[in-house]
Write a protein that binds this ligand. Structure first.
Ligand code: AMP
Ligand code: MN
Ligand code: MN
Ligand code: MN
Length: 279
């Protein structure tokens, strides 16, 4: 049996992707995706247009979101799948998460000014398709365009990650809030790209335990951010905790994302694919 080509995490210009929501859907169709979730950061604003295009193209579509969460001094991302975009609890929660971004962007701009990188706030804003959602990715694009670094990965490495001069600490939602909002909106909660987090193993264990105790349902075993050995690591976590497994490109745009829509590797075959509950 050929597994379903499900891609359950990607971005549009409504957050920090490079394609409009309708373009994301058309690219997914062209790439052979059979079930797509658009999961913009802390935003539901692209879902209506994406769903309309998916309906027109006969593509199965899930309303999704990727929520920024603070866990100690780390940022963790939780994907919500099959959420009701009209749910008031979820919308209000996300509005609150987004509201801190302006002041944060201002501070990132100030930190970069201090080291001689001028006009970065205005530069980042010019790259943002949604003025309510200026992200580090927009700063990175500006800094590549102005020759500060050769690509976005090296901007993050040298400027925008903890300990680097343009990194600003920020408090996002709590894990309890994020999972609670997703469940209030009828969705399922999935740990995004666990291979990206830099937590000691004991702290990751505490995080998985807490996520499971909150009723969290899934984990991205396959992510565009994962190496083959990380896929094996997180398959083990899925088995140990009884999490359903998700598969996702985390596509932001051509030239920026290592994996295109629908092109992530297949899930290890013994895992329970999270999409079985959406078919
Ligand atoms: P923010 O939500 O503003 O903190 O921005 C986070 C976004 O920056 C992520 O969703 C990615 O799109 C991007 N990002 C984070 N780390 C990296 C990295 N090391 N290389 C390239 N992009 C990154
Ligand atoms: Mn992003
Ligand atoms: Mn993420
Ligand atoms: Mn993402």
């Amino acid at each position: 049996m050929t597994p379903l080509n499900a891609d359950l995490h990607c971005h549009s210009t409504v957050s920090d992707g490079l394609l409009a929501p309708t373009e994301v859907v058309r690219r997914a169709v062209n790439n052979g995706v059979e079930l797509l979730a658009l999961t913009d950061h802390d935003e539901l604003g692209g879902l209506a247009a994406a769903r309309a295009e998916a309906d027109a193209q006969d593509l199965r579509f899930l309303d999704g979101v990727e929520i920024s969460v603070s866990w100690g001094d780390q940022t963790i991302h939780i994907v919500g799948l099959d959420v009701d975009p009209s749910d008031a609890t979820l919308s209000a929660g996300l509005a609150n998460v987004r509201s801190g971004r302006d002041a944060r962007a201002q501070r990132i701009g100030e930190e970069l000014e201090r080291i001689g990188i001028h006009g970065a706030l205005e530069g980042a804003q010019a790259y943002a398709g949604n003025p309510a959602l200026v992200s580090r990715a927009h700063f990175a694009r500006f800094m590549v365009a102005t020759g500060v670094a050769r690509d976005t990965a090296s901007v993050f490495e040298h400027y925008l990650t903890p300990g680097k001069p343009g990194y600003v600490e920020h408090v996002w939602a709590t894990l309890d809030e994020a999972v609670g909002w997703i469940h209030a909106a009828g969705g399922v909660a999935v740990i995004a790209h666990p291979g990206r987090y830099r937590l000691p193993e004991a702290e990751m264990t505490r995080f998985y335990d807490h996520f499971r105790d909150l009723g969290g349902e899934g984990i991205e075993v396959v992510s565009g951010a994962h190496s083959p050995s990380q896929v094996r690591d997180y398959a083990r976590i899925a088995r140990r905790y009884g999490f359903a497994a998700s598969r996702a490109s985390d596509f932001h745009g051509v030239g920026e994302s290592p994996v295109d829509l629908g092109r992530a590797s297949a899930l290890p075959p013994d895992l329970e694919p999270i999409w079985l509950r959406f078919l």
